[in-house]
Design a protein around this ligand. Structure first.
Ligand code: GLN
Length: 188
């Protein structure tokens, strides 16, 4: 088992910095990654919440697609909200390109508009859903770790995990999700 590990948060857009306190409290090092050279230096990735269409545009503009696909295929990855959309096998409302590394279907903005953003307790922890996608299908041997309003919101398969909610905006660090992810990365 690794002792010192570094978690890279993809820092093209979205909620990056709030992860620092959680990652450190879970016993790992935080790094905001923007280039493939930086990606090579980390042991696992968080694709943060934000706006998936903007992230996709920036990934294309900086020609990161193939390099990121290779990185995400070989190391643990956790996609949060927009990040879960980037990892989903299928995206609806509308359809869009994705890395398709998690056997889930997500419906973008499935809980409604910005005014429908809300807090909830998941895994005993206060989290928020911000224009979150709804996971409408889970296939293969993916494990549903939590549900909310009748749909899965925390799903894990092997070294990949998605949450459709943000745990990093709660200041009580580390969140149970960060703890679990850091542990997954340590065990690789
Ligand atoms: N609505 C955003 C999207 O479709 C996701 C919002 C979030 O990451 N908090 O990409």
């Amino acid at each position: 088992m690794k002792t010192t590990i570094k978690i890279g948060v993809l820092a093209l857009q979205g909620a990056v910095q709030p992860h620092k306190a959680h990652i450190e409290a879970a016993g790992a090092e935080f790094s905001a990654v923007k280039t493939l050279a930086q990606c090579e230096e980390v042991d696992g990735f968080i694709l943060p919440g934000g706006e998936s269409t903007t992230m996709l545009k920036l990934i294309e503009r900086f020609e990161l697609w193939d390099g990121l696909m290779e990185q995400f295929s070989n190391k643990p990855v956790w996609g949060i909200c927009a990040g879960s959309i980037l990892l989903a096998e299928k995206v609806t409302n509308p359809q869009q390109k994705s890395f398709a590394l998690m056997p889930i279907t997500v419906q973008r903005n499935g809980y409604g508009r910005q005014v429908d953003s809300h807090y909830a307790i998941i895994g005993g922890y206060n989290v928020c859903f911000i224009r979150a996608p709804v996971i409408t299908d889970v296939s293969g041997d993916a494990e549903i770790l939590a549900e909310h309003e009748g749909s899965p919101v925390w799903v894990k398969q092997g070294l990949r995990m998605v949450t459709t909610f943000h745990p990093e905006l709660t200041t009580d660090a580390p969140s149970p999700m960060h703890k679990m992810f850091v542990q997954m990365v340590k065990e690789v």
